[in-house]
Design a binder for this molecule. Sequence first.
Ligand code: AMP
Ligand code: MG
Length: 344
Amino acid sequence: MNTVKKLSALLLSLSLLLGGCGAGGGPKTEYLFAMDTLMELTAYGKNAGEGIRGAASVIKELEGLLSVTDQGSDVFAINRDGGAESVAPHTRSLIAEALLLGDMTGGALDITIYPIVKAWGFTTGEHNVPGDAELAGLLSKVNYSDVELDGSGVSLPQGVEIDLGAVAKGYAGDMAAQAMRDSGIASAILNLGGNVQTVGSRPDGSPWRVAVKNPLDPGREDYLGVVLAEDMAVVTSGGYERFFERDGETYWHIIDPATGRPADSGLVSVTVVGPSGVLCDGLSTALFVMGRDAALALWRERGGADSGFDVILVTESGRVTVTAGLSDRFTLLDTENFTLDVAE
Ligand code: AMP
Ligand code: MG
């Protein structure tokens, strides 16, 4: 989606989200372009300006550390040099979390996917469909358990490269929400290009209403549905976010590490809701790869209210499944094209 479309989609979501602002000051809203996306930070209360400045500053700092293409970043140095003796604490903790999520998802989340992402041209926009032999060669370099963390250092075997694109915005959302809380903000909503992070509730005490994009037409206002959220991240991965078409085929940016090809699990969109943005972000990408049945199996094993995540799965045939914790927090809006069921 181009920037103008993104901006109009965000403004539409803003009008939906702000449908009743109450006492306590604000809101203040600022936009910033970071991590390759347009972000919208809104806070209420007398410290709203300070909260937004703190949030924007930590997002910019993280972008500087985590970008895979910025020559000054930690990730760029790690990939160029096969590791780094010392990286920033943020970089280290995000890598550590992403490796744990790799374990949790049986390798569906694999931060060493970068050579494959490059071969498809998703980093440069020079799209390409790699051949079988090329993919097989590159796949031999994909294995997140090859990443070694030692103190503040990171090392990678020859030819292995990492990409934190599947988790960076979720982590940034967590840190930005923390910056808001540190400024005394009790009510804020941060939209980091589709990764929504809420702080507290709306100023009138009611939950935030977070719109979930319609995978059939993500640029338009007819949302798939709305999630009620308080102190929660709401993170969506969809094939529609970044893709190209070649000879009648659509190729999207979420890659199955088992094949090196765009994930083909029957899901067109996955939304994960929970208190940890980084967990929700990593899982939204991984569950998109794993497919509906494996996603629900993982939720039954590790999800739910206590350990902290629920999901909204959308299949290519128009079936929307929400897990039990969301049954009274999700409303399906596009009932014309989708049916809703609840997984227990
Ligand atoms: P997201 O939008 O959070 O689902 O993340 C997608 C981005 O993560 C892609 O643009 C790639 O940079 C990267 N990526 C794609 N597939 C994977 C995967 N299976 N594991 C980890 N990162 C991935
Ligand atoms: Mg993700």
